[in-house]
Design a protein around this ligand. Structure first.
Ligand code: NI
Length: 202
C-alpha cells in the first residue's frame, strides 16, 4: 500500500471523463487499497481516482464511520434537494462553499472483488457520492456554484492566498508522502485542516 500524491485544480486529469473499469485486475486492487490509505492519510471524507491521477471510475468514502469504495458507480438521485452544506475538495485546498445536492441517492457499482454493490444514502453520504461521481465526469464542486457563491469562490481562486494555500498543501502532502517511506518523521502535526473548518474535504 502507498500514499498517493493528490492532483490539484489545473491538472487536466481532473477535467477528463474517467473510463469504466473493464476488468478487475491486481492493479485495480492496488488502486483501491492505495486510495483508501491516501484518503485516511489526508483525513479526507472521500476520494476519486482522478484526484490521484488515475482516469478510472473508482471512488472511496469515509463519512461518519461509513467507509468503503465503489467501482463504476452509477447514481439514481431523488428529485428533491437537501439543505445546502459546505463542501471542500482535496483538489481545491482551502476553498469551501455551500453546494446544492440531491437529498438521497442510490449508488450501484461493483467492489474490488467484482461483486455488485448497492448503497442507499442521504445527508452527507449522499453528498459525498454525488461529489465523487462528479469527479469521474471531470466536474468539480466549484462548477456547481452559482450567483454570489460562485463569484466568491472564483475571486478566492484568483487570489494569491489560494496559490499560497495550494502550494503549502502540496508541500505538506509531499512531506506526508515521504513519511510513508520513513523520510519525514513528526509529520503528524502537519495534517489537513480538520473537518468543519472548510467543510468536508472530498
Ligand atoms: Ni473533491
Amino acid at each position: 500500500m502507498a500514499v498517493l500524491g493528490i492532483r490539484t485544480l489545473g491538472d487536466p486529469v481532473l477535467r477528463t471523463r474517467a473510463e469504466e473499469v473493464a476488468q478487475i485486475t491486481p492493479a485495480v486492487h492496488q488502486l483501491v487499497d492505495d486510495m483508501l490509505e491516501t484518503m485516511e492519510d489526508v483525513h479526507g471524507a472521500g476520494l476519486a481516482a482522478p484526484q490521484v491521477g488515475v482516469a478510472q471510475r473508482v471512488f472511496t468514502f469515509n463519512i461518519d464511520g461509513v467507509k468503503g469504495h465503489v467501482i463504476n458507480p452509477v447514481l439514481v438521485n431523488s428529485e428533491d434537494h437537501q439543505p445546502d452544506e459546505q463542501e471542500g475538495c482535496l483538489s481545491v485546498p482551502g476553498i469551501a462553499a455551500p453546494v446544492r445536492r440531491f437529498r438521497r441517492t442510490t449508488v450501484r457499482g461493483i467492489d474490488r472483488d467484482g461483486r455488485p454493490v448497492e448503497l442507499d444514502a442521504e445527508g452527507m453520504l449522499a453528498r459525498c457520492f454525488q461529489h465523487e461521481t462528479d469527479h469521474l465526469d471531470g466536474i468539480l464542486f466549484i462548477d456547481r456554484l452559482s450567483g454570489d457563491e460562485r463569484r466568491k469562490a472564483l475571486r478566492a481562486l484568483r487570489s494569491g492566498e489560494y496559490d499560497a494555500a495550494e502550494r503549502q498543501t502540496r508541500e505538506r502532502r509531499a512531506g506526508t508522502v515521504a513519511s510513508a517511506f520513513g523520510k519525514a518523521p513528526g509529520s503528524d502535526d502537519q495534517r489537513e485542516t480538520p473537518r468543519g473548518a472548510f467543510g468536508q474535504a472530498l
